[in-house]
Design a protein around this ligand. Structure first.
Ligand code: FAD
Ligand code: UDP
Length: 405
């Protein structure tokens, strides 16, 4: 197993060692680990993976906490996909615990299923009103349809607009203000469309064909993913300390690692604005803080995640034993507090804030690196995109197809 954290931290690679690799991948999250495996295995090429954290798995990293509960250090990650290719690929590295995520919104002391669905209507309104809303929805949309809240607010039916206003106010507005510091209509519609109104009685958060959790956790999945004779992982090493480029006419030109020019492929999965020294300013991201509560009982909440959509300063609480199926007499709950991303040294940029202005600001960084023909940006940070795990795995597999063709 080439992942040797202590050795790697004590012995960073020499410039010669890096120059001898066919590809250098920066970041050992899903983007970096998947493309490294593909280049190493399918391409038969030597790959160095450079990760600044002391562990692999990026934001999907999980570990046992002080109670022995398996928690996700960077927030709850639930695997779901409709992609045959992604699922077949990942299933080489893990077995799956059959988990179907359910979320309840806490609304003025009552729990209602999210995505807001036909059961949520029944739980929220008196029977006659609930029947009227349900009939109006089913009169306009087929059973099983998903309708974005912003779209439902524009319905030509008054009753559906009335329902949409209720859902907007009780599920989306306050949660989105907490999460993004913006109202739902100030952010890219794709963000709230992730959690549509569901014209169904299916209480699951996702309807994808494949859902679950890696049987032993995400970190063991990554250990197997990166376990290949052509891959060397260097932990605790910030690529920015080694990766240099000449700047000519306002654009990055030749690329060096340490003191040597590098002609192999560089796949960069960190933030481009940081790599470019924030020369056009810091791109807007949201950060998070997690506060953990420890309990000496089996469960404290009715399902994996509770969203606080009208109250509290945290957005959601996650009780990890629901997600992983761990059978313990203790439990751990994480409260999630969104924060403005203001301190690039102390905070983690978790979510790109998708607005037209921010996407344009990101494009300046893409243009800056465009002349580097052996440089590829890949991942949630590097592409400034709201990728789910399966989407970034799919994208990494596609980039590997292109690089290896
Ligand atoms: P990351 O996982 O962030 O990996 C990037 C890696 O690059 C990091 O390890 C970082 O340390 C390293 N790096 C950056 N810069 C450098 C540098 N200069 N030198 C060396 N290393 C560097 N997706 C789902 O499908 N389901 C979910 O339930 C889900 N929940 C989520 C919950 C939260 C709170 C968040 C924030 C995201 C969630 N996601 C979920 C999305 C998921 O985290 C991403 O799709 C995935 O992490 C993207 O992988 P990545 O490799 O692009 O980025
Ligand atoms: N959202 C909301 N209320 C909810 C759930 C989601 O307003 O109860 C909105 C919010 O803007 C959130 C977005 O929908 O950021 C996407 O939600 P998702 O659960 O996919 O967010 P993630 O798990 O990626 O943080």
């Amino acid at each position: 197993m080439p992942v040797t954290p202590i050795d790697a931290m004590l012995q960073p690679p020499s410039d010669d060692e890096l120059a001898g690799c066919d590809a250098i991948v920066v970041g050992a999250g899903f983007a970096g680990a998947v493309i490294a495996r593909e280049i190493a295995e399918r391409g038969g090429r030597k790959v160095a993976v450079i990760e600044r954290r002391p562990h692999i798995a990026g934001n999907a990293y999980d570990h046992s906490d002080r109670q022995g509960v398996l928690i996700h250090k960077y927030g709850p990650h639930i695997y779901h996909t409709n992609s045959e290719r992604v699922h077949t690929f990942l299933s080489r590295f893990t077995e799956w615990y059959d988990y179907q995520h359910e979320v309840l919104a806490s609304v003025h002391g009552k729990y209602i299923p999210v995505p807001f669905n036909l059961n949520s209507i029944a739980a929220s309104f008196p029977a006659d009103k609930a029947a009227a809303y349900r009939d109006a929805l089913l009169g306009s949309y087929a059973l099983g349809s998903k309708v974005g809240i912003l779209q439902l607010r524009r319905s030509d039916q008054e009753l559906l607009r009335e329902l949409a206003e209720y859902v907007y106010e009780h599920v989306f507005l306050h949660y989105t203000m907490k999460q993004w510091g913006l109202a739902p209509d100030e952010i890219d519609p794709e963000v709230t469309a992730r959690v549509p109104v569901l014209v169904d009685t299916d209480n699951r958060y996702f309807q994808d064909r494949y859902q679950g959790m890696p049987q032993n956790g995400y970190t063991p999945l990554f250990e197997r993913l990166l376990d290949h004779p052509n891959i060397t992982v260097y932990l605790g090493l910030d690529a920015i300390s080694r990766l240099h480029f000449d700047v000519q006419e306002g654009q990055a030109k030749a690329l060096d690692f340490g003191s040597l020019p590098y002609f192999g492929t560089v796949v960069y999965t960190g933030a481009l604005d940081e790599l470019a020294g924030w020369r056009y300013g810091i791109l807007p991201y949201r950060s998070l803080d997690f506060v953990y509560r420890y309990y000496q009982q089996k469960h404290v909440q009715p399902c994996g995640t509770v969203n606080f959509t009208v109250s509290e300063s945290y957005t959601r609480t996650t009780e990890y034993t629901w997600l992983t199926g761990q059978q313990l007499d203790v439990t751990t709950v994480a409260e999630e507090y969104p924060r403005a991303f203001e301190d690039t040294q102390a905070q983690i940029p978790y979510y790109p804030i998708l607005t037209d202005a921010n996407k344009q600001a990101y494009q300046r960084y893409v243009d800056f690196f465009a002349p580097l023909t052996n440089f590829r940006a890949l991942g949630r940070l590097a592409e400034y995109r709201y990728y789910n795990m399966d989407a970034i795995v799919q994208r990494a597999l596609g980039m590997a197809d292109e690089l290896l063709s």
